[in-house]
Design a protein around this ligand. Structure first.
Ligand code: C5P
Length: 230
């Protein structure tokens, strides 16, 4: 099966000028720029606006439905293309977020992506939280719940892409971090895949940070990954 797989660059910095510069440099090769909590808590909505139009706001919302709906309504004027929430917030929370996102004009509605089990959580950590059955079973359970509640897609590890694509079919967007081009340093990522491997497994978007932003020539690094996806 061949799907078109796009590139998202994670701009993990608290510095607006650095993020703007990187976004301008990489724009030819990158579909979206991911801004997370480090950036957002340092710079707020004004910082997001400065980075510009193609933003994935990765703030992983998780609260009671009323509060998450309000947070989504507050995010809508920033027009992020994607917005994350935790599937563990449950059906009512996700449904409230979906409804709130639908208040945006059709052209500006953010795609809602659910995070299932953080990749930093292993089976022992899940068991300590009272969840039996291991991480893959919990990922699948939360993924089904989130899709049934109306999310557009899921954030998942490379090792989960094939399982989720098989279980959930073609529709949900699968957005995949933990990507390392062959030969790149893994850093703190434990389970990685190359861009080509993740795309072949069924990913729609790859999230890449340090292999691009920390490269001696970020534009060349992004171009090489894009070439691997073409
Ligand atoms: O630098 P690197 O390519 O490891 O960056 C990956 C990005 O994806 C970071 O912003 C990280 O926070 C995010 N992420 C991740 N693993 C997840 C979810 C998000 O690495 N499970």
């Amino acid at each position: 099966m061949s799907r078109r797989c796009g590139l998202i660059v994670a701009l993990d910095t608290p510095d607006v000028a650095v993020a703007r510069r990187m976004a301008a440099t990489l724009a030819p090769w990158c579909g979206l720029f991911k801004l997370g909590l480090e950036f957002f808590l340092a710079n707020g909505p004004a910082g997001v606006r400065e980075v510009g139009g193609r933003v994935f706001l990765d703030v992983k919302l998780h609260d009671i439905p009323n509060t998450v709906a309000g947070a989504v309504r507050s995010a809508v004027p920033l027009a992020p293309r994607m917005l994350t929430l935790h599937a563990a917030g449950g059906t009512a929370m996700i449904a409230a977020a979906v409804q709130a996102a639908a208040t945006a004009d059709a052209d500006h509605r953010p795609l809602l992506l659910a995070v299932t089990v953080l990749t930093s959580i292993d089976a022992a950590a899940l068991a300590a939280m009272g969840v039996a059955g291991g991480t893959r079973q919990q990922v699948l359970r939360l993924a089904r719940l989130a899709v049934a509640a109306g999310v557009d897609g899921l954030v998942c590890a490379p090792s989960e892409v094939a399982m989720l694509r098989d279980a959930l079919g073609e529709a949900p967007l699968l957005v995949v971090p933990g990507i390392r081009p062959a030969g790149a340093a893994a850093g703190d990522q434990a389970r990685t895949a190359t861009p080509a491997e993740a795309a072949a497994a069924g990913a729609d978007w790859l999230v890449v940070g340090r292999p691009i932003t920390g490269a001696p020539d970020p534009l060349a690094a992004a171009a090489a990954i894009s070439a691997e996806l073409a």
